[in-house]
Design a protein around this ligand. Structure first.
Ligand code: ADP
Ligand code: MG
Ligand code: MG
Length: 199
């Protein structure tokens, strides 16, 4: 079973990974966006880590809701409200249980991804974070390592796609040939989950 401490470690592992990879995320966003994805998420996840040091929610749902709220309030770009919705919606789905199973986590993340699709209007294949998140959630039933691999494959598979949502869609055909920054950061988030489970 996964407790609040597991979820806190997931978020702090994600924050460290975003901090390490911020330059790469910004470089990807400079090709098909406005070169701020790394700095946006670094600001957001630093706020998440700080908030989780001050407050220590005692449920998995509480951790994800707090993290989502920080992302919404500190990230200026499109990705803030979208990632915030992912985590808040997942947190709400977990309710006030003190511990949750892997199946409940998978169902909660699915609800979160559906929330992101409702908010942003993106579907799989639109070259967004959904292209990494959806395959990860589908694979989570098989285990954390499978989810991580699926997210990484999903992010790489955005390269030949033409963007249909977000800033990159303004480029039309010129968005082809570049990996989507948000799908890349989503793969980092899922990799942090797998890392936390393996630790
Ligand atoms: P901004 O585009 O406002 O500068 P970021 O650079 O932080 O925001 O985030 C860009 C990423 O957000 C994209 O690479 C994409 O994955 C994701 N994104 C943008 N719009 C949407 C949307 N409508 N639905 C899902 N994801 C989106
Ligand atoms: Mg950007
Ligand atoms: Mg921006």
């Amino acid at each position: 079973m996964l407790d609040a401490d597991f979820f806190r470690r997931w978020m702090t592992t994600a924050a460290a990974s975003v901090d390490r990879e911020a330059e790469r995320l910004t470089a990807l966003d400079s090709a098909i966006g406005d070169a701020d994805h790394g700095s946006n998420l670094r600001r957001g996840f630093t706020a998440v880590a700080t908030a989780l040091e001050k407050e220590t929610p005692d449920t998995p749902g509480g951790v994800l809701i707090l993290a989502g709220r920080q992302l919404i309030s500190t990230v200026g770009g499109a990705s803030g409200p979208l990632y915030g919705t992912l985590l808040r919606r997942a947190g709400k789905a977990l309710g006030d249980a003190a511990e949750v199973g892997e199946e409940e986590l998978a169902a909660a993340l699915r609800a979160g991804v559906e929330g992101v699709m409702t908010l942003g209007g993106a579907a799989p294949g639109d070259k967004t974070m959904i292209d990494a998140l959806m395959p990860a959630v589908d694979a989570l039933g098989t285990g954390f390592a499978a989810a991580r691999a699926a997210a990484e494959e999903g992010a790489a598979a955005t390269i030949p796609l033409r963007a249909r949502k977000g800033r990159a869609s303004y480029l039309g055909e010129r968005s082809v040939g570049h990996q989507d920054p948000g799908a890349t950061s989503s793969a980092l988030l899922i990799a942090a989950l797998a890392e936390t489970a393996e630790a």
